[in-house]
Design a protein around this ligand. Structure first.
Ligand code: GAR
Length: 192
């Protein structure tokens, strides 16, 4: 009999290419998770169309006008209604309330485009180039109350090349993100 697959909810705010990589990976029969819900705080986020085209239910609602904890409680309700067991942040550009983080402690992951703990926050590619770094990359980590903090599950390195600009570097890092995130999530779900 097929292994029971853990139910994953993905939170996005935009393009959703990492979300798409998680959905694609979940098509494989040996993937230990399935994506049961995509949530966006930006109602016209491009990634929502991909999710819908792949028959994944979506919950899209603007956070504007709501207190952070109120909005997060609505998201939490949607995740629980869908039976979600693990939450994956994929370009979710919104700080989470401590209560929400607490509810999903150990079961919520994020992907960030830097070799954490270096370059938390925004504009990571340009900052790494400006600092003269030889390498950059991406990290998947467990989400804690601190922004882009929490135990690191996996990282992938990318060299910074002569003449790199932020866009070129971001493109090469993104290729690694798309491989790293499904693998790290699968590992977490398998309890490894
Ligand atoms: C990705 O590069 C992701 O690592 C980054 O936003 C991009 C979203 O792209 N996330 C963060 O900076 C979180 N701190 P996507 O919507 O195509 O996945």
């Amino acid at each position: 009999m097929a292994e029971r697959r853990a139910k994953v909810g993905i939170l996005i705010s935009g393009r959703g290419s990492n979300m798409a990589s998680l959905i694609e990976a979940a098509r494989r029969p040996d993937c230990p998770y399935e994506v049961v819900l995509v949530v966006s705080n930006v109602p016209d986020a491009a990634g929502l169309a991909f999710a819908a085209a792949n028959n994944i239910p979506t919950f899209a609602m603007s956070h504007i006008g709501l207190k952070r904890a109120e909005f997060d409680a609505l998201v939490d309700g949607a995740l629980r209604d869908a039976g979600v067991e693990y939450v994956a942040l994929a370009g979710y550009m919104r700080l989470l309330s401590p209560g929400f983080v607490e509810k999903w402690a150990g079961r919520m992951v994020n992907i960030h485009p830097s070799l954490l703990p270096a370059y938390k926050g925004l504009d990571t590619h340009q900052r790494a180039i400006d600092a003269g770094e030889a390498k950059h990359g991406c990290s998947v980590h467990i989400v804690t109350a601190e922004l882009d903090d929490g135990p690191i599950l996996a990282q992938a390195e990318v060299p910074i090349l002569e003449g790199d600009d932020a866009d070129a570097l971001a493109g090469r890092v993104l290729i690694e993100e798309h491989k790293l995130y499904p693998a790290a999530l699968a590992q977490l779900v398998r309890g490894k």
